[in-house]
Write a protein that binds this ligand. Sequence first.
Ligand code: NIG
Ligand code: FE
Length: 390
Amino acid sequence: MTSTAVTGISELVTNDPARERGLLGVVQDAAVVVDEGRIAWIGPETDVPDADGRLELNRQTMMPGFVDSHSHLVFAGDRSAEFVARMTGTPYDGGGIAVTREATCAADDEQLRALVAARVAEMNALGTTTVEIKSGYGLTVEQEARALRIAAEFTTETTYLGAHVVPLEYHDDRAAYVELCAGEMLEACAPHARWIDAFCEPNSQYAFTEDEARHILTAGKDRGLLVRVHGNQLGPGPGVQVAVDLGAASVDHCTYLSDSDVEALAGSGTVATLLPGVEFSTHSPYPDASRLIAAGVAVALASDCNPGTCYSSSMPLMVALAVREMNMSPEEAVYAATAGSARALRRDDIGTVRLGTSARDLAVLDAPSYRHLAYRPGMPIAHRLPGTVL
Ligand code: NIG
Ligand code: FE
């Protein structure tokens, strides 16, 4: 069978305003034809052309698969005790990364690969079709390169994050670690990475200052990597300005923003990626997405799935939190978790439903409307298309 008519789509979210009015370009009572794994026809169900097979969705929603543009899946170990302490007031400061580093470095390749595979499977099961994966729990040349080699088995969106924290053995000589990140470690990691990232956060003694982050990111950029930044997570800081100055695709967290940060983002090609699972899991105040959207800033949503600040990769949960806690409409949140996060990865082949879109990049909701992602928090309504259509 080469072509399948997928019918009974109550709402088809295209994210294509040229097809249908509104941010999400929703086609009501729609059908699509998938031919050789790609969308070959989109339109009202009443006009659907003949195909070799048929899949009836019985008034379910079809949408672009979630694009999770920020995750740290290559890790071993458990920090649930740290989470419990935070729920009763212990603040997050980045110090726990060392605990995960120890467990990660102690795991062999097979163990790490199995952990990443299980986490990617969890994501896929909840409608995520593209995932970015960072290194950052190795912090030596060999361990960072190993993490990226394993990540690259699962995605092309791999990010070198040697500059996650300054490891303990370099606390008396930070400059030496910065040089390692910008030199030998970068050389070993660049062949396995598309992106470079740095945790630019002067509010954490473990993370990197503005000058340190600029130095490492600039070296990565000169080496041909694309730039993204962890910034403004724990307090106001220089992360946003560093990201904008270096032409980063995205600055992630953006929990504490000044008016000049918002202005800088609005006039830039840098996406503000919000990670509401982090605020949830660290008991922190949520950023106000409506402030960014009103200023014209491009906004993305991602999970940041990691053992310290958010051990959840559920993009439906991120949508629900964004709507409940960050002043986003369901429409804005769904757009940010698909087209917005595709933009944060500088990808124009995903995040929308158009002619030519791969069926592997689609999600189906067991619900009549995309609004149910926020309306039914915690419910497993999002899936990928069944394998028969792929
Ligand atoms: O994005 N902020 C830096 N990195 C992660 C947390 C990593 C950890 O605590 O293990 C984050 O929140
Ligand atoms: Fe992160």
